[in-house]
Design a protein around this ligand. Structure first.
Ligand code: SF4
Ligand code: SF4
Length: 72
């Protein structure tokens, strides 16, 4: 699979593991950067993307990248 190049330093700043909706399903960090949804997160229990440095840096306006590709 030809994945696009991910900025590893930026990826490491992802706050998802501290999010109330987060479940560890062995997904890569930073759904917004890898552009893949989670294998197991299905329930919205809050999203903290808007407090994340990656969100700020990329100028995103949405969240729940773990559930919806491209966010919602
Ligand atoms: S914006 Fe959300 S999905 Fe993207 S790196 Fe930050 S916490 Fe993770
Ligand atoms: S994308 Fe948003 S809702 Fe999903 S785990 Fe990350 S911070 Fe939580």
């Amino acid at each position: 699979m030809a994945n696009k190049e991910i900025d590893k330093e930026l990826q490491a700043k992802c706050l998802c593991p501290g999010c109330p909706s987060y479940m560890d399903c062995g997904d890569p960090l930073a759904y917004c950067l890898v552009e893949e949804v989670s294998k197991c997160i299905k329930t919205r229990q809050g999203c903290i993307c808007d407090t994340c440095p990656v969100w700020e840096e990329k100028g995103f306006e949405n969240g729940y990248f773990c559930i919806t590709k491209g966010g919602e």
